[in-house]
Design a protein around this ligand. Structure first.
Ligand code: 2RA
Length: 341
């Protein structure tokens, strides 16, 4: 069977990457529909082809409830409000919505899936499968082989998140602001529209909105999504999410506490054997993953693996992944692959 695939949000940063990943994985589609707002209708987007769909251009169609007639899989990345608005039309059309927005991630009837971690959860979908938040995805990929060695009781994570998390306008702001800053533009004349403050040569400890307990919604997502994906509400997670002047890859410093002793050697072997992880860890030769050098890659890269002897059974590591690929588009298409007969 060659499914009909719709891309909802086809002109955005993630939507564009959906098309690239469908090609890279040669997803066996019989048709690919590029959907977006009326503003983008009629635009031509390049497509390298996949399955039975030849390389060429796709003409963007305005997304309406009727757009999903005959669709089997609808990949969404156009914000939570549009996902909520279109959900019923997608399900009524008999399609499965794989949603990159935060709209349904914590709904009890919606699986939240990272294919390397909890692929079996797609079995109980009722028309919608949620793609986790990018910063959660790369962390749980790294945690899963460790959890299989010994249950994880606590995780502490600090993130170093790329501009791409804010979409194409955010990447443009990083570029343009950096040029302006370097050309000597006065601080109060720099254009600061997407992020809360200047991101060029700066770090901003604020992603998404602040909550009642003075943590941010991004930090809250990492806490609750990790528990759901790992299937263990007992895991304690403490997160600090920071925006840094990097283009496309998120990086994270992670401290893990286990129920039982886990050696660095056993952890390294488990990670090296785990699909989707590349262990890049040879400090004698200054070898570790760096977010400025891994844009466009598919894997979750782990380095700086070491003992954390400040707790009974602890390890620490550093993890990097491309936020637009594994953090969004690749993970969603990998979920779609799980739906293939
Ligand atoms: C960010 N994780 O990095 C959020 C949404 N992609 O901005």
């Amino acid at each position: 069977a060659h499914p009909v695939v719709a891309i909802a949000g086809a002109t955005g940063a993630v939507g564009t990457e959906f098309l690239q990943v469908l090609h890279d994985l040669d997803f066996p589609a019989s048709e690919v529909r590029a959907l977006a707002s009326a503003r983008s209708a009629g635009k031509k987007v390049p497509f390298a082809g996949c399955g039975q769909v030849p390389a060429g251009e796709l003409t963007v169609q305005e997304m309406t409830p009727e757009s999903f007639a005959g669709v089997d899989i609808a990949l969404f990345s156009c914000g939570a409000s549009v996902s909520k608005e279109m959900r019923q039309a997608v399900v009524d059309a008999g399609a499965v919505m794989i949603d990159n927005s935060s709209a349904f991630r914590m709904d009890a009837d919606v699986p939240l899936v990272v294919p390397e971690v909890n692929p079996g959860d797609v079995a109980w979908h009722e028309g919608v499968i949620a793609n986790p938040n990018c910063s959660t995805i790369q962390m749980v990929v790294a945690l899963k082989p460790l959890y299989d060695l010994s249950p994880i009781t606590r995780v502490v994570v600090s993130t170093y998140q790329a501009a791409s998390g804010g979409g194409a306008p955010a990447m443009a702001e990083l570029y343009d602001q950096t040029r302006a800053f370097l050309s000597g533009t006065p601080e109060d004349e720099l254009t600061v529209e997407v992020f809360q403050h200047r991101i060029a040569f700066n770090c901003i400890p604020h992603i998404d909105k602040f909550l009642e307990d003075d943590s941010t919604k991004e930090e809250w997502k990492m806490v609750v999504e990790t528990k759901k994906i790992m299937g263990d509400e007992g895991i304690k997670v403490a997160a600090t999410c920071v925006r840094v002047p990097v283009l496309r890859c998120h990086a994270e410093a992670v401290y893990v506490e286990f129920q039982d002793e886990v050696s660095v050697e056993a952890a390294r072997a488990a990670m090296e054997a785990f699909p989707g992880i590349t262990v890049m860890d040879d400090v004698a030769n200054n070898t570790y993953p760096m977010p400025g050098l891994l844009a466009g890659t598919n894997d979750t890269y782990v380095g700086r693996l070491r003992k954390d002897d400040t707790v009974d059974h602890g390890l620490a590591f550093w993890v990097v992944a491309d936020q637009i690929r594994k953090g969004a588009a690749l993970n969603a298409v990998q979920i779609a692959q799980l739906l293939l007969p």
